[in-house]
Write a new protein. Structure first.
Length: 271
């Protein structure tokens, strides 16, 4: 059953909606400044307690790596992550969920939190991401390009339009003039990718970084126009953070040369 109608109803205004993708750097957000403390590579030690980081699910692997590095430098620190769709994380923060840091996969989802004055300093864009087609090994659906998403004979997975990867998909599909015949709209990018890995769909439109994480469990197909639809990833310390020093330290690590290198290795774009 095609779900494109639902996709368009929820996201035809993706350029102004809560999960729109914007080119880097984002308006109102700033790239790392080498002269600022947040952009410093100075080691931060002596941190203790628990640090809670809410982050977009596409950041799972690289953030867990960076969290482990911060813990190694601070044996008394326990970094706890909660990964989910950015729109869900923003809703949690607005509802009062206690956390120290928020990192989302779009400026628009971060803007929801900023609008409620729930960050202690302005968000900073630390990375970007683009979409790519993922197919099961061997490409059983014989997918060649993004145009194939319009083929009703294929089983197609897209992210739901209220999450950043779905909003970016709407924008990219409009750009290339493709009316996708979506059979499933997934709550986040990893769910869409899992459908491919399990062979439940012929193709999904997901982030390039998630395709890299999947390794040999999927095959990738580039979309040349994807570079025109870049999702910005902002990060910010939250107001009333239980562990503000650790929050600043984690953000500093993400913005540092070490953090940028880790993000680039994972397939993210520089801000």
């Amino acid at each position: 059953m095609a779900l494109l109608a639902a996709l368009c109803v929820a996201a035809c205004g993706a350029g102004t909606g809560p999960d729109s993708a914007r080119s880097l750097p984002a308006t109102g957000s700033s790239a790392p400044d080498e002269s600022s403390p947040s952009g410093s590579d100075s080691p931060i030690t002596g941190l203790t307690g628990e640090l809670t980081v809410l982050a977009a699910v596409s950041l799972t692997d690289v953030f867990e790596d960076l969290g482990a590095r911060l813990e190694a430098a601070n044996p008394g620190l326990d970094v706890v992550f909660s990964f989910a769709a950015s729109s869900e994380l923003a809703a949690q923060v607005i509802a009062g969920a206690p956390a120290d840091v928020l990192a989302t996969a779009s400026d628009a989802t971060m803007d929801l939190v900023v609008a409620e004055d729930l960050t202690s300093s302005p968000p900073e864009v630390f990375a970007g991401n683009v979409l790519q087609l993922a197919v099961p090994p061997g490409n059983p659906g014989d997918v060649d390009a993004i145009d194939d998403l319009a083929d009703p004979e294929l089983t197609v997975a897209l992210c739901a339009p209220e999450v950043p990867c779905g909003a970016a998909a709407v924008k990219l599909l409009e750009l290339v003039g493709v009316v996708a015949q979506a059979d499933t709209l997934e709550p986040d990018v990893r769910s869409a990718l899992t459908k491919v890995q399990l062979g439940e769909v012929d193709v999904a439109l997901v982030y390039r970084t998630d395709v890299l994480v999947a390794g040999d469990s999927v095959e990738d197909i580039d979309v040349p126009e994807a570079g025109q639809v870049v999702n910005s990833y902002p990060i910010a310390p939250l107001l009333d953070a239980p562990n503000p020093d650790a929050a600043q330290a984690f953000i500093a690590l993400v913005l540092s040369a070490e953090g940028v290198a880790a993000l680039e290795e994972a397939g993210f774009l520089r801000p």
